[in-house]
Design a protein around this ligand. Structure first.
Ligand code: IPM
Ligand code: MG
Length: 401
């Protein structure tokens, strides 16, 4: 290894530290959460994404416009279409999010975003950064909130995944040193840890949940996870009615598939990468990653999406129209709750459960053996509008045969 390559690495590392300290200063300045009740209109941007994204986002849009038709008429809500967050356009501009698209996103208050393709080395696309990760960072969407429910088993989880730090934030800033060494970074800040942990505790308090589980690997990843764990213990003292326990990510992945124990977990908070992995596992238990939605929340903007990717394989095999829109529709329910329509949100959620877990009159298989996303959306909407929705849902959940 030459002295020059070590010096070059030191310089790059110095730049990374400098940039992160600047981010800490920004976080210290960040203000209170936006109040949607005071905005008129609340502007909701719909971003199609690519792959199956285009298909399932249109299905989700149908549900959202249905739920908000009165508010649109009254001028309280306005929709805006944002085109161009496609892999083709991103590659053309060699940017995770082209500048003009970022401006359009910033002009909205809320974004509903379809899955976007994230290239990796060896793909036909240049290895540009993920649009999700870039958007979370650009709009400082620090909280990734992912609920997962298995009503019949009493499982009601809410995952709070840190969304702007950890192994993700600097994934694209890693570098090779000489021929044989590669370095990536992971980062935890006091401010970044505190704001996600507080959000998890506030959610627990608001929903009368008496336990928050912190997930780390702080026995091995001592510095960054160590900070996250310390911050949690400090913050927990402000919530004396809530028990705070810490679990390591490895045993946690095992406990999620332990039917005897899993329903005891309620609110879980964790650094970025662990949250990425654990929430896919949790979603699979709920019925597949196609069934889970994800909220990305910051103080000024919030973005709602599916937890899964753009499924290029489905598109290649000509099956995109059979993609399950449930994840995006669940994201719509989260969006509705976030901007102050809890009843509308609950109706959409109950309809999703009646259709996907109980009645199953129309089923979706991802192939032509099942319904198309459009047909399935119509099925869900028929339950959203059904006056028997609540009683049907309750009888299924509470009277398990
Ligand atoms: C998710 C996805 C993203 C992530 C990808 C698409 C970059 O897996 O939202 O969980 O890793 O965060
Ligand atoms: Mg993921």
């Amino acid at each position: 290894m030459t002295k020059a390559s070590i010096e070059a690495a030191q310089k790059k590392f110095g730049a990374v530290v400098e940039e992160q300290l600047k981010r800490v200063e920004e976080m210290k300045k960040s203000g209170a959460f936006i109040d949607y009740a005071k905005l008129s209109p609340v502007i909701i941007g719909i971003c199609w994404g690519d792959g199956i994204g285009e298909f399932i986002s249109r299905n989700a849009q149908e549900v959202l416009t249905h739920a908000l038709k009165e508010e649109v008429k009254r001028g309280k809500i306005a929709f805006k279409e944002i085109k161009g967050l496609t892999i083709e356009n991103r590659v053309k501009h060699k940017k995770a999010i082209p500048d003009d698209i970022l401006e359009e996103l910033k002009a909205c208050h809320i974004i509903l975003k379809g899955p976007t393709t994230t290239p990796q080395a060896g793909d036909p696309w240049p290895n540009i950064e993920s649009a999700n990760v870039a958007m979370r960072r650009a709009l400082d969407l620090f909280a990734n909130v992912r609920p997962v429910k298995i009503p019949r088993e009493g499982v009601d989880w809410c995952f709070f995944r840190e969304n702007t730090e950890g192994a993700y934030i600097l994934g694209s800033k890693g570098f090779d040193v000489g021929e044989d060494l590669s370095v990536d970074f992971t980062v935890a800040t006091e401010q970044g840890s505190e704001r996600i942990i507080r959000m998890a505790f506030d959610y627990a308090r608001k929903n009368n949940i008496d336990r928050v589980t912190v997930i780390t690997k702080s026995n091995v990843i001592k510095t960054t996870d160590g900070r996250f764990s310390r911050a949690a213990k400090r913050i927990a003292k402000d919530y004396p009615a809530i028990e705070c326990d810490e679990w390591y990510i490895d045993i946690m992945t095992a406990k999620l598939i332990d039917p005897a124990r899993r329903k005891d977990f309620k609110v879980m908070v964790m650094p970025n990468l662990y949250g990425d992995i654990l929430t896919d596992e949790a979603a699979q238990l709920q019925g597949g990653v196609g069934t889970a939605g994800s909220a990305n929340i910051g103080t000024r903007w919030a973005m709602f999406e599916a937890i899964h990717g753009s499924a290029p394989r489905m598109v290649k095999e000509g099956r995109a129209q059979y993609a399950d829109p449930s994840s995006m529709i669940r994201a719509c329910a989260m969006l509705l709750r976030h901007i102050g329509y809890p009843q509308k949100a609950q109706d959409v959620e109950m309809a999703l459960e009646v259709c996907g877990q109980f009645e199953k009159k129309v089923t979706i298989t991802g192939r032509d053996t099942g319904a198309t996303g459009g047909e399935y959306t119509k099925y869900i909407l028929s339950w959203v509008d059904n006056p028997k929705l609540k009683s049907r849902w309750e009888s299924e959940v509470f009277n398990v045969k």
